[in-house]
Structure formats: C-alpha cells, structure tokens
Design a protein around this ligand. Structure first.
Ligand SMILES: [Zn+2]
Length: 265
C-alpha cells in the first residue's frame, strides 16, 4: 500500500500476511482515552491516544496487534463485507411474538429513511448510496426504528421481573447496539442496558439476561452470592448463556455487515 492510499487514516506501518491474505496495519493518533483496533476489510487501523509516550505507544501497539492476529486467525470472514445480506423483503420475529416485514424501496431518495405502519417497516434507500455500504445503513435505520417500537415492551418486561424477584430501584432501560455485552447495569445511574439482538431471541433467553442485570442491583460482583440468586431464579442459566454465545452471529441475518464496523479490541 502506498502512502496516498491511507493518508485518510494515518501511516501504514507494516504489512501482515495471514492465511495468504495481506493486511495493512495503519497506526493513527487520536484524542481518545485508550488504544483500540478496528479491522476494515484488509486494513487494520490501530488508534492510539495522542498523549501516550514512546513506551506506551510501543506496548499498546504490540498488544493490539497480537489480539487482532488472534481474532483474524479465529474468524477472518467476520471482517469481510458480505454483499446484500438484506433482502428486499425481510421477515423478523421479535421476542414477544410479533412479526415484522421489512420492505426496502430503492429510488431517487435524498437520504435513507424508515417509516412504520404497524408491522410493516418501509426503508427508503437512495440509489446513489455506495453499494458496499447499503446493507450497513439499512440495518442501522431498521435497528433504530425497531428499538423505538420495542422499548416500551422491554421496559414492561424488566418491570415485571423486577417486581416479581427484586423490587430494586431502576432508572432507564436502554437498548444497545454494537456492543459486546448482552446486558449492563450501571450502579451509579441505575440504568440497565440490553443488547438489541436479544429482542429477537426467545423470551426465556432475554429474561435470563434481564435477571442477570437485575441481580447486580443486589450484588455488584460475580461472587457465589450473586450466582446463588441467579440459579435460584434461572436454574438452567448456564445452558442459556452457552446457547447465546454459540448463536450470537446467527440471531440477525445481516449481522456480519454490522460487525465490520465494530472495534475488535
Ligand atoms: Zn454480571
């Protein structure tokens, strides 16, 4: 790769060959709090906080490089753009049993937009958009609109489980996308975060994650006391979590397109 090619990202510092594929490692400095790596096609962008000193730069670079190599050796396909994963008509069934039809209308629209009429979600997709990015943008607007539709239902479910088992103080429920966690609980704000994907699993699976986060309102760590609470309410918790981790990339069909924009480290 020559210098002009990656001037937008930073400096290409080295090339890496893994399983016959050549990857360009690009080092860039940014006003961020910690170093991270992003894999986009054959580019590995290692972002380093601007204020790091020589030793910190060297250490974080080597550390991230190691983790990227590990991730690529495990599943390099995860970081490749897959063509048209989103079909013109896509059916989705949510955890509460509702079926949605996502209908994609391509035309001379100015910007991408999604509207909903009950179970029908219409995405207006501008023809002029970069072909490789279309799926990513469609997924983004679909996730936005479905999060809005499903939030009140999710809030109700969390309240129901909370009233039944915990009676804790809870503030906001937030649906999160592009996260590596299934759920989060913030003990300062009392907010609970739920991974968007869980809204398309089975209810007992979603419940097991909600119970996990609600249990953190009582016990902040993962001590025996915490697991006693969990297994008391969800005896087969382990199997549920195993199913989730095994099937995480199959829950949403367009998932792979989203993954390439996520930081790996
Ligand atoms: Zn936990």
């Amino acid at each position: 790769m020559n210098k002009e090619d990656n001037s937008a990202f930073g400096d290409c510092v080295e090339d890496l060959t893994l399983n016959n594929e050549v990857y360009h490692i690009i080092k860039s400095f940014a006003p961020i709090s910690h170093a991270r790596a992003i894999i986009k096609e054959n580019n590995i962008i290692i972002k380093i906080p601007k204020y790091y000193n020589g030793e910190e730069i060297k250490n974080s670079y080597e550390n991230l490089k190691k983790r990227v190599v590990k991730a690529l050796l495990k599943d390099a396909d995860r970081f490749k753009t897959k063509k048209l994963k989103f079909y013109n008509r896509e059916w989705l069934k949510d955890v509460f049993g509702n079926l949605y039809l996502i209908y994609i209308k391509e035309g001379n629209f100015k910007r991408i937009e999604a509207t909903t009429d009950r179970e029908l979600i219409v995405v207006r997709l501008p023809k002029k958009l970069d072909e490789a990015k279309k799926d990513y943008y469609v997924a983004k607007v679909v996730i936005d609109i479905l999060s809005r539709i499903l939030l009140p239902k999710l809030e109700k479910r969390v309240q129901f489980l909370n009233t039944n088992y915990f009676n804790s103080e809870i503030n906001k429920i937030i649906i999160r996308n592009n996260t590596s966690n299934w759920g989060t609980y913030n003990r300062k704000t009392h907010n609970i975060g739920i991974n968007f994907k869980l809204l398309f699993t089975e209810l007992p699976i979603l419940d097991s994650v909600i119970i996990h986060e609600l249990a953190h309102t009582k016990v902040h760590n993962h001590s025996k006391k915490f697991w006693d609470i969990i297994y008391n309410i969800v005896p087969d918790y382990k199997e549920k979590r195993r199913w989730l981790n095994k099937n995480q990339n199959k829950i949403l069909k367009w998932e792979d397109n989203m993954a390439q924009n996520e930081p790996v480290c």
